[in-house]
Design a protein around this ligand. Structure first.
Ligand SMILES: Nc1ncnc2c1ncn2[C@@H]1O[C@H](COP(=O)(O)OP(=O)(O)O)[C@@H](O)[C@H]1O
Ligand SMILES: [Mg+2]
Length: 373
């Protein structure tokens, strides 16, 4: 009997993959922290890495694990209004527990009152936020339920981060059952950690999400494909791993396309992989790189163009003369590009592009633009 399989790949940002490739270290740590006593450093964790490396997927994965082991979660993105968002979400999840656990009483009235959120951004409101959270936490504590807050796309310029961090410090000092997992681009997280008012976060466990190893890619590809009812021919698998370059988003894009191309067949050959890899590259450009490109100013582009003169690593010291600009200008644009997650500083003064294939993409776009002008 033929079984109708659905495409098992998830080429959608933030989506938890069917099989998480790699990431064992961080997963083990966070799971242990959620199961533990609250003294574990991973109870506050920072997931750091470039776009498409799997930060959001991992945040959701942890929130799912936490929920299935009885925690309440509030999943938010770091934007203005995030504190209210956390309150509303924590409250909703807590209320849901009130309804599903009739025998164990949560102080329902206390939770219901919290719906009245104030609109103004006064210091009073911030104190208020903490005390409202305190109320929720003590209601949850009555049932021995913990609260996990996940914050995606950490942005140090959002002032609410300061209130949040101070509140978490206080919750942990008081032995409350809370966990905080945040994710962001390296630059954002580093500047958050260097801020005085958020220095408490230096206590957090920091995880740099790196490219996956070929072995991890291969394993996830094979397993996911198997769940979709297909297998790779050996040379096709090898070609797919090579095209993916350890990059989770490309893994999903390539996997998705390969699976579709071989829809009627249960064995995948190398020609499907080659064709799929080409489409996947275009999709990566459209879904991720175009957005990055449109954010670039003319000066950003000149800066990056000066970097493309090197095959891999650019010495910052070489840039002022290439750009014919003072070193202050170079520092400013380096900072902007680090912030955007377009480049990384491998070590002091040594810069490189950090998204796979972005440099080639950039070269093409620049040539088009200059050609059209
Ligand atoms: N460890 C992983 N294994 C397989 N696929 C992954 C993994 N991590 C993320 N993905 C997939 O990669 C894509 C990008 O992940 P996402 O979490 O949105 O990245 P980021 O938040 O770092 O930009 C998504 O399609 C997701 O399903
Ligand atoms: Mg993300």
């Amino acid at each position: 009997m033929a079984i109708n399989f659905v495409n098992p790949f998830t080429p959608v940002v933030g989506k938890v993959p069917l099989h998480m490739a790699g990431r064992e270290g961080v997963i083990t740590d966070v799971e242990a922290a959620l199961a533990g006593t609250g003294n574990d450093p991973a109870i506050i964790s920072l997931l750091v890495g470039p776009r498409g490396i799997g930060k959001t997927a991992l945040l959701s994965y942890f929130a799912d694990i936490a929920e299935s082991s009885g925690w309440v979660t509030a999943r938010v993105t770091c934007v203005k209004g995030m504190l209210d968002d956390i309150l509303i979400r924590a409250q909703r999840s807590a209320q849901h527990l009130v309804n599903t656990q009739p025998s164990r009483k949560i102080k329902g009235a206390g939770i219901a009152n919290l719906v009245s959120l104030e609109q103004e951004d006064s210091p009073h409101k911030l104190v208020n936020w903490r005390s409202k959270m305190d109320d929720i936490l003590s209601s949850l504590a009555d049932c021995n339920i913990g609260l996990l807050v996940t914050i995606d796309e950490v942005n140090p310029s959002i002032e609410e981060m300061v209130t949040l961090v101070a509140a978490f410090q206080h919750f942990l000092d008081e032995g409350k059952k809370v966990a905080l997992i945040m994710a962001g681009l390296p630059y954002g997280v580093t500047s958050l950690l260097s801020g005085k008012s958020t220095s408490f976060l230096r206590r957090a466990a920091r995880y740099e999400l790196q490219a996956l190893s070929d072995y991890e890619v291969e394993e996830a590809l094979v397993r996911t494909m198997k769940d979709g009812g297909k297998t790779f021919e050996p040379d096709a698998l090898e070609a797919a791993v090579k095209a993916i370059k350890g990059f989770p988003f490309i893994l999903q894009l390539v996997g998705y396309r390969v699976w579709r191309m071989a829809e009627s067949s249960s064995v995948i050959d190398i020609s499907s992989v080659d064709a799929a890899a080409n489409i996947a590259r275009k999709e990566l450009e459209q879904r991720m790189y175009d957005a990055v490109w449109f954010e670039l100013s003319e000066a950003d582009k000149s800066f990056l163009q000066a970097m493309t003169e090197d095959s891999e690593i650019t010495r910052q010291a070489d840039l002022p003369s290439r750009l014919n600009k003072p070193s202050g200008h170079v520092s400013k644009y380096k900072k902007r590009m680090l912030q955007q997650g377009v480049i990384r500083e491998r070590s002091r003064g040594l810069l490189e592009f950090c998204l796979p294939g972005f440099k080639e993409y950039f070269d093409e776009r620049i040539a088009e633009e200059r050609g059209a002008a």
